[in-house]
Design a protein around this ligand. Structure first.
Ligand SMILES: Nc1ncnc2c1ncn2[C@@H]1O[C@H](COP(=O)(O)OP(=O)(O)O)[C@@H](O)[C@H]1O
Ligand SMILES: [Mg+2]
Length: 352
């Protein structure tokens, strides 16, 4: 299907991903003989949906659970509790999980490709049901789709540059026409101009095929520009999920605001440079997350009640049709945003 209408005017697309209350903990080695075996809270109570032709960005500092969430979404990891529904199945409740319609591209293309297989063999692996000639033709078309000559099919991975290898990985992901592709730091190892090229290519593929992306990256600018919606994670949980434009016009969770303030290349609504908010301390251990709000130990605007109960991820704002579009897990949404404007010398001064 090809479409020339801007996506914002497109009719509502069907749902291709539904994640419900997913939790994934990993048991880790004991550090003492007493007590239960400790586990890492890699992902806790994550729910989200994604529609065809849309991109959901996932950001948050290293170790917050982005990759684990991605691996659970594509079925490389089973959720501890909760469920993941992909494809047509995502539109209905209570049906078994479908996996055929999802693919993934990871950060390191060299390790993702078998060095003993030609590019064509790697790509056609995903197409078992066709005869040889048809498979080879599909592989050649997929290579052209990602901007590589058909003849690349006869080459081996080591003969290609990193950028070419990543294009091969993308060709392999798109060849079976999946409804959803996980991109986990997929352009991180490419240099800036190649990154832009590959992101552009992915966007055109999306416009042409309606594929949905889960785009995991620590690069806020790339996520802001490439995604329709963005989920901000902290210590295994989504603390805020909003349209990507909220990066310009108003993130609400104190963690999101602090994270955003570290990226100087993002524009803001006033045109002034938002003051950088340096969070104190390290993120707490995911083995023993703080009770109450998980961000409480580093939050510049925390109050006593923030230590007591974990806030729900809830709609914020004036209500109306778009209210469900912007969810935030905070009892004081926007409090730090107000303090992050230029002028005040320190955050604590500004929020006092
Ligand atoms: N297989 C595993 N066994 C034990 N701990 C894990 C495993 N995979 C991830 N973790 C832990 O889960 C947390 C989230 O990791 P990850 O999802 O890789 O985060 P991110 O991709 O945001 O950097 C980290 O504390 C990490 O050490
Ligand atoms: Mg990761």
């Amino acid at each position: 299907m090809s479409t020339t209408t801007p996506r914002t005017d497109a009719p509502p697309h069907h749902r291709v991903l539904r994640v419900e209350d997913v939790r994934k903990h990993f048991k880790v080695r004991r550090t003492s003989l007493r007590g239960p075996r400790p586990h890492v809270h890699a992902v806790d109570d994550v729910s989200l949906t994604l529609h065809a032709g849309q991109t959901l960005g996932v950001v948050g500092e290293s170790g917050c659970g982005k990759s684990t969430l991605g691996r659970v979404i594509v079925g490389l990891e089973q959720p501890g509790t909760g469920s993941v529904h992909v494809g047509a199945d995502a539109a209905r409740a209570g049906t078994p999980q479908a996996r055929g319609t999802v693919q993934a591209v990871f950060q390191d293309p060299a390790s993702a490709l078998d060095p003993r297989m030609t590019v064509r063999q790697s790509i056609t692996e995903a197409l078992p049901e066709l005869d040889r000639a048809a498979r080879d033709e599909r592989a050649a078309e997929a290579l052209e789709e990602v901007g590589l000559p058909r003849e690349t099919g006869e080459r081996y991975p080591h003969e290609l540059s990193g950028g070419q290898q990543q294009r091969v990985c993308i060709a392999r992901a798109v060849v079976a026409r999946p409804e959803l592709i996980l991109l986990d730091e997929a352009v991180t190892s490419l240099d800036a101009s190649l990154q832009a090229q590959v992101l552009d290519l992915l966007k055109r593929l999306q416009e042409r095929t309606g594929v949905a992306y889960v785009f995991i990256s620590h690069d806020l600018r790339a996520v802001r520009n490439f995604s329709d919606r963005v989920a901000v994670m902290y210590l295994g949980q989504i603390v805020e999920i909003a349209p990507a434009a909220a990066f310009d016009t108003g993130l609400l969770h104190p963690y999101s605001v602090a994270l955003r303030s570290t990226e100087a290349r993002l524009p803001n609504d006033t045109g002034e440079r938002t003051r950088r908010i340096v969070l104190e301390g390290e993120p707490p251990s995911a083995i023993d997350p703080p009770s109450g709000c998980r961000f409480v130990t580093r939050c510049p605007v925390a109050e006593a009640r923030c230590h007591e109960a974990l806030p729900e991820l809830a709609a914020h704002g004036e209500g109306g049709e778009d209210a469900e579009d912007h969810l935030v897990r905070c009892v004081k949404p926007g409090a730090l945003a107000a303090a992050a404007t230029p002028g005040a010398d320190t955050v604590s001064e500004a929020v006092r």
